[in-house]
Each structure stands twice: as C-alpha cells, then as structure tokens.
Design a binder for this molecule. Structure first.
Ligand code: IPM
Ligand code: MN
Length: 356
C-alpha cells in the first residue's frame, strides 16, 4: 500500500530523530511491501524564521490532506522572547486544533531492559504498562479570555480553564473503549474539590462510566494521582485527564519507562492522526548525536497501528526496539554511569537492522 506522510522535522534535535524514524519506516516498507512518501513541511521555530508564523496556512492544509502527520519537537531558546501567540508552541496548538485531535494517547510501558535506567526502584516500576489519554484541544490551553493586561504593578495575566460536557464525554468515552482492549480499568483525574471545570469533568466522567459496567472505574484527584504514579504505578491501566493535567502527569510518568526519551504519542480524533514524541526539542544537545530517537520511532509504530491499521508492521517496530534494548544499545539518556552510549544514528541503524 501507498501512504502519504507530511513530515514536520521541527527544531533542536527534531531533524536528527526524524531522519532515524524515516529510516525505520522505509525499512518497514521494504520488508512488508509498502511505500511511504514523505512531504516535508515547515512548522514551529523554522517556520517563524522563514514565514514569520509558526504554522503557515500551506502547512496546515498539507497536514489536513495527508494520510498521517509525523511531527518532531519544536521550539527553543531562540524564539523565547516572542509573545505566546506567535511562539513555536502556538503552532503546535494550531495543528492540534486544525486537525481536531482531541485525544492524545501516551503509552507508558517499561521495557524490561530499562528497569535499571530509571531513577525509581526497579521493584516499583517492574511491569508498568499504562495508557495516558490526555484531552488535547480544550481546557486552559485554549480557554478564553486569556491575555496579559494592565501596566506596571497593576499588570495581570489571565487564562481560563473551561470544559464543555461533550468534550469530556468524547475523551472519557474513548478511554473506556481503549480500556476494553487492555486490563479494563479507567482512572479519571481531576481537581473537582476546588475547580468547577473539574467538577463538571468529574460528573460527566461518572455518567460515561455507567455506560461501561464491564470496565472498572475510579476517580483520583490530581495531586494524589501525581503521588500514586510513583508510589504504585502498576495500579494504572488507562488514565484519562484534562489537557494540562495530562501534560504534567505524562512527563512524570515517562520516568517510569526510564527516560522521557522513551515516551511516544498519538493524537487522534479527526480524519488525520498526528504522531510525535512526548519530549521537547532539547536544543542543548542538538547536533551532538546524543538524542534518543526511540520515542519518535515508537511514535511511528503508533502511526502504523492507528492510522494505517498495519498491526504486524507496528509490532515489528516495537519488537525491534525491544531487541536493541535487550542487546544493550543505550543512548546517553539511558546509559548508566560507565556504560557506553551509542549515537542517535547508531540507535536508528540498530533498530533498522532488527526489522526483518
Ligand atoms: C507536549 C508539550 C506541548 C504541550 C508544548 C510544547 C506546547 O509539552 O506535547 O507535552 O504542552 O502540549
Ligand atoms: Mn509536555
């Protein structure tokens, strides 16, 4: 089969990990007889430099017409002084909104070989396998009014956390459907004891849960959830939560896998899915070969699974990653003191070699 993929190579380590991910896809194409065509487009910092906007219209249009979007991290200190509306991050939010990607799935799975790589005790993280379902196009990231107003001492900044019932219903409903393919447990995370937007979330989640009596359901308040994640991470199967809580908790949860460099993501909801690593553009190590391409390579596996329904192919990529980790390949973020670290390219090559 033929697939048309828009590639946003991003900033910082983006282009490097993107190269390795395309190599892996090409290898999948060779072995399984598919053709992946890539259409490079600009978004994020590089688009600001070229077009004075982080998300040019032609980029969004190309993404909307693609079979899937492969996106690398964007942003960096170079664009830090720009007002929020024009920052690289605004381009990312525009993409998510423009593609109607209300569901961000971040699977948090510990590869056995990385049990020692985490700062957490191996016996705590052993067997961790959860899915974070983060609402992605509402909440405080998009709520109005927003802005910075006033002068001098009177200045103030405003953001608005808002959730509408249908927005909660669709992401929580999806969490239940996904739980049915897993261990059949959903934990909904909010702050209903303080925030009205969370009270609404809480009540709607409760209503949705009644439609799925075959799936275990519980609520957790976000501060407790943050603690439970490192106290007893195996208790979680599907964790569903708001845009901002999901942003924060998924970075925390990434350490259960050994490194933020291991956490892939799929953003779904509209016609075209978008696949990106959960980590940032790490400008401090850009160009040094130290980047870990595995989160983006695992995002490619999610693309194969969710957008192209190529389950065997997705599994082949995951198995290849598992094999190279078992064989001892470690990028700098995964290597223990004294262990040899391979470069981004060497890691990509090793994965490619294992896809047969
Ligand atoms: C993420 C990132 C983004 C977010 C930023 C870069 C806009 O942190 O995907 O988790 O906050 O959603
Ligand atoms: Mn984040």
């Amino acid at each position: 089969m033929n697939f048309h993929i828009v590639v946003l190579a991003g900033d910082g380590i983006g282009p490097e990990i993107c190269e390795e991910s395309k190599k892996v896809l090409n290898r999948v194409g060779e072995v399984f007889g598919h053709k992946f065509e890539y259409e490079p487009q600009d978004a994020g910092g590089i688009a600001i430099d070229k077009y004075d906007t982080p998300l040019p219209d032609h980029t969004l249009k190309a993404c909307q017409a693609a079979d899937a979007v492969l996106k690398a991290p964007m942003g960096g200190p170079k664009w830090d002084k720009i007002e929020n509306k024009k920052r690289p991050e605004a381009g990312i939010l525009g993409l998510r909104k423009g593609l109607d990607l209300y569901a961000n799935l971040r699977p948090v799975r510990l590869f056995n070989a990385l049990k020692q790589a985490s700062t957490l005790k191996p016996e705590v993280i052993d067997g961790v396998d959860m899915l974070i379902a983060r609402e992605l196009i509402s909440g405080i990231y998009f709520g109005e009014p927003r802005g910075i107003h006033g002068e001098g001492k009177d200045r103030y900044g405003v953001n608005t956390e808002i959730y509408r019932a249908p927005e909660v219903e669709r992401i929580v409903g999806l969490a239940f459907e996904l739980a049915k393919l897993r261990r059949k447990k959903v934990t909904s995370v909010d702050k209903f004891n303080v925030l009205e937007s969370s009270r609404l979330w809480h009540d709607v989640a409760e209503e949705v849960s009644k439609k799925h009596p075959d799936v275990a359901f519980e609520h957790q308040i976000v501060d407790n959830a943050a603690m439970q994640l490192i106290l007893q991470p195996r208790q979680f199967d599907v964790l569903v939560t708001t845009n901002m809580f999901g942003d924060i908790l998924s970075d925390e949860a990434s350490m259960l896998t050994g490194s933020l460099g291991m956490l892939p993501s799929a953003s779904l909801g509209g016609k075209v899915g978008l696949y990106e690593p959960s980590h940032g553009s790490a400008p401090d190590i850009a160009g040094t070969g130290k980047a870990n391409p595995l989160a983006m390579i695992l995002s490619v596996a999610m693309m194969l699974q969710y957008s192209f329904k190529l389950l065997k192919e997705a599994e082949a990529v995951e198995k290849a990653v598992e094999k190279v980790l078992n064989d001892g390949f470690r990028t700098a973020d995964l290597a223990k003191k004294g262990e040899k670290a391979v470069s981004c390219r060497e890691m990509g090559d090793a994965v490619v070699k294992e896809i047969r």
